[in-house]
Write a protein that binds this ligand. Structure first.
Ligand SMILES: *Cc1c(COP(=O)(O)O)cnc(C)c1O
Length: 358
């Protein structure tokens, strides 16, 4: 479908960013995180472009199964593992590798005899307090997995960083230390770092890194953009100008009349809104490019349209291309003005946006 907004995916930039992961973490294997439709970029085109990744990481069985049915051959790790016996059987059927993080999963593993042992990624909770076993239980669980015939001999041991995007926080070092001291007892293959860990915490690189957002050409840390890390934005969201209004001083713009023209001025109407995934919470002053010229969003974003201050863009004309984020307009800056993060902007793009790949 095309309703005026399109997402252009630059596959060469995606490859470049994978190469950058290798440059930052030259001694680690790469699990490319492609959960949630590859952060909204399109699961299969992204998986095909990143086929050199040592493995793919997805959230759930459904995503892994979808990749296998599309004949993706890479190793695939399920971050949430399996939740019941039926899922465990599908994990084997589709040759997927679950994260093991709960007592319930261990009990399910004890109930079956699988034809082929599965590769397990044992998750230790070093401080994120989302999924994983407490460090005090790690050795016990590790040994239990080792003696289970359903589990392949080489056990991977992983943890997840809660604050790697905050360079001034002590939490990351504490998590790495906790994990490292455990490893004296567990001889597993290790993995710690997300993008922020890869870019800023070299001591967290371990045997496997798990880049997500950096692959898509976005910085994971506050007040920086992709360019600061040598990354290239993969997605450029485009729309167009469908009207130019010449309004008067005091005229209010959009629902709630939240913004008034301070003088007689031109206002551009853009063919995009929260119905396409543009954030409704974008404040007055959110950056937007009209025919390449930096302008500001004014008034509330509505479902199908938004308004732009065109005072500094006297050549703007009907039909002009509008860049919402991407090339020449870092998504980090848009997200900041909308009180959110690029991850969420990507995941909220809706089905009426037309995707193109080149
Ligand atoms: C999503 C995810 C990542 C990737 O995080 P980014 O910040 O996008 O690099 C890594 N590890 C786990 C467990 C994840 O769920």
């Amino acid at each position: 479908m095309n309703c005026g907004t399109s997402a252009h995916i630059d596959l060469a930039a995606l490859k470049h960013n994978l190469q950058q992961v290798k440059t930052y973490a030259p001694n680690s294997k790469i699990m490319a995180m492609i959960k949630s439709n590859a952060y909204g970029h399109g699961l299969l085109p992204v998986a095909k472009t990143l086929k050199d990744a040592d493995a793919f990481g997805v959230a759930c069985l459904g995503e892994g199964k979808y990749l296998r049915q599309a004949r993706v051959k890479n190793r695939i790790v399920l971050m949430r593992g399996f939740t019941d016996l039926e899922e465990l059987e599908l994990v084997t059927k589709y040759d997927l590798e679950p994260v093991i993080h709960s007592q319930e999963q261990l009990e399910i593993l004890d109930q079956v005899k699988l034809e082929n042992p599965i590769t397990a990624w044992l998750k230790i909770d070093t401080g994120m307090h989302r999924l994983g076993f407490a460090p005090v239980d790690a050795l016990n669980i590790y040994e239990r997995l080792q003696s289970n015939n359903n589990i392949a001999a080489k056990i991977h041991v992983i943890t997840h960083l809660a604050n790697a995007d905050d360079l001034s926080s002590n939490v990351t070092q504490e998590q790495v230390d906790k994990f490292t001291s455990l490893l004296e007892q567990l001889p597993g293959i290790t993995s710690i770092a997300n993008s922020a860990g890869i870019l800023n915490w070299e001591n967290a690189h371990a045997d496997w890194v798990r880049p997500g957002i950096m692959l898509y050409g976005v910085s994971p840390t506050f007040n920086t953009t992709a360019e600061d890390y040598g990354l290239k934005p993969v997605m450029t969201m485009m729309s167009k100008l469908i009207s130019i209004r010449h309004l008067h001083k005091g005229d209010a713009i959009g629902y709630g009349s939240t913004w008034e023209c301070p003088e007689d001025m031109p206002i551009g109407i853009v063919a995009t809104g929260y119905g396409d995934g543009y954030p409704r919470h974008a404040q007055n002053g959110t950056p937007i490019l009209v025919n390449g010229v930096l302008c500001e969003v004014v008034g509330r974003v509505s479902m199908d349209m938004l308004s732009v201050d065109l005072r500094n863009n006297s050549t703007a004309k009907y039909g002009d291309p509008v860049t919402l984020w991407g090339e020449n307009l870092p998504i980090e800056k848009v997200a900041q003005k909308a009180d959110t993060i690029p991850y969420e902007l990507f995941c909220r793009i809706t089905r009426r946006v037309a995707f193109s790949y080149q």
